[in-house]
Design a protein around this ligand. Structure first.
Ligand SMILES: *[C@@H]1O[C@H](CO)[C@@H](O)[C@H](O)[C@H]1NC(C)=O
Ligand SMILES: *[C@@H]1O[C@H](CO)[C@@H](O)[C@H](O)[C@H]1NC(C)=O
Ligand SMILES: *[C@@H]1O[C@H](CO)[C@@H](O)[C@H](O)[C@H]1NC(C)=O
Ligand SMILES: *[C@@H]1O[C@H](CO)[C@@H](O)[C@H](O)[C@H]1NC(C)=O
Ligand SMILES: *[C@@H]1O[C@H](CO)[C@@H](O)[C@H](O)[C@H]1NC(C)=O
Ligand SMILES: *[C@@H]1O[C@H](CO)[C@@H](O)[C@H](O)[C@H]1NC(C)=O
Length: 316
């Protein structure tokens, strides 16, 4: 018994001596362990958790404004909030990034727009706002496809993608921003109606009809379209052409001035129809849009492929 205790004491001493002598080995081992944990956090846990939390966020679009459209560029403004950031994402920051927009169901991916976003701080509801960012149009076919889809659909899915750095305190990791949102489209301009109209003596520009047209816009988009030219017909007979000058279509139900040139041969049938007491529904089709004489193909194309039924408001 006694000898065994002595032995144990001796062993403990031995261990103690060993530790004192080789304390630096233990220190190094400890430091290595801390380093390994840090490496796991920084290279494995942070990227995975950061990405997962970022993927949970939701982008809410409040407004999307397209001004100064030209064949090659446009001016973009975006008002949105990111919600749903939990855990690490609520306490992190995202560096400024460039995001691309594309129609979600378009394979392969074909971006129609890119936008430089500012840095984003974490939080439960984070505004992401940019104003008047000049954006080069990278693909006219892609943008044309998007505007056609926006014009003709009740809803559409738009995907947004970017890559940036997520920072938590001094730690950082690269993350992908991947989001797809369902947005409302113009639904083929359903509900468009001529609210007021007056037949005039022929004006200097050839027009002989003027009035106001209601264009419902259930979307969050405000789009400067320029002078929108239209072809009009009634029961398959060409009536003439018209213009909605300087159209900047705003969200909501708004009326816009228009003027038209009804060809002489169509005047009598139109006046008869107006006086018949029956609903008069014009067939309207876009025939080009331009700003200061410069044609905007990615707006004109979709407008010309849409046949819109536009009733004249019945006068009470
Ligand atoms: C962004 O939209 C929100 C919600 O509609 C609105 O309250 C806010 O004033 C807008 N901000 C800007 C800068 O337009
Ligand atoms: C954005 O640009 C439009 C058109 O150039 C201009 O009318 C508007 O004042 C600008 N808005 C801001 C906030 O700079
Ligand atoms: C439609 O646009 C074409 C090309 O700009 C023009 O030549 C034609 O006169 C327009 N048609 C009508 C009815 O305005
Ligand atoms: C109708 O088309 C002609 C020829 O393209 C054009 O000169 C005229 O301005 C157009 N009228 C209206 C009201 O758009
Ligand atoms: C616009 O008018 C349509 C049809 O009358 C209506 O359903 C819609 O609620 C209106 N939208 C707004 C923003 O007033
Ligand atoms: C508009 O009418 C003109 C002349 O009637 C025609 O040449 C043109 O193709 C029409 N545009 C569309 C988009 O139908």
């Amino acid at each position: 018994m006694a000898s065994s205790t002595a032995k144990n004491g001796e062993a403990a001493d031995k261990v103690g001596r060993h530790c004192r002598r080789f304390w630096w080995v233990w220190l190094i081992a400890f430091c290595l362990l801390v380093l390994i944990i840090m490496i796991i956090v920084v290279y494995a846990i942070l990227p995975a958790v950061g990405q997962k939390e970022l993927d949970k966020t939701v982008l809410n679009l409040h407004s999307f404004t397209i001004l100064d459209p030209s064949p090659t560029s446009l001016l973009l403004s975006l008002n949105s909030t990111i919600t749903g950031a939990g855990g690490i994402a609520a306490h992190s920051r995202l560096d400024p990034m460039e995001v691309i927009f594309f129609l979600e169901n378009h394979k392969p991916i074909q971006p129609f727009m890119s936008l430089q976003l500012p840095g984003i701080k974490g939080g439960s509801s984070v505004p992401v706002i940019t104003t008047n960012v000049t954006t080069a149009i990278t693909s006219v076919p892609a943008l044309t496809e998007f505007s056609a889809s926006l014009l003709a659909s009740e809803t559409l899915r738009v995907a947004i993608r970017g890559r940036t750095t997520l920072r938590v305190g001094k730690l950082r990791t690269k993350v992908n921003y991947n989001e797809a949102v369902t947005i409302k489209g113009f639904n083929r301009l359903d509900g468009m109606e001529i609210e007021e109209y007056t037949l005039l003596n022929r004006q200097a520009d050839g027009s002989n009809l003027a009035g106001k047209v209601l264009i419902p816009n259930p979307t969050v988009f405000e789009i400067q379209m320029g002078d929108v030219h239209i072809n009009m017909s009634l029961n398959g007979q060409a009536l003439g052409n018209g213009t909605i000058p300087g159209l900047q279509i705003r969200p909501g139900n708004h009326t816009y001035d228009f003027r038209a040139r009804i060809q002489s041969t169509a005047l009598a049938p139109l006046v008869t129809a107006m006086g018949s007491g029956k609903p008069v529904v014009l067939d309207v089709r876009g025939n080009g849009t331009d700003i200061n004489g410069v044609s905007i193909p990615w707006l004109a194309g979709p407008l010309s492929s849409l046949d819109v039924k536009v009733p004249l408001k019945i006068r009470g």
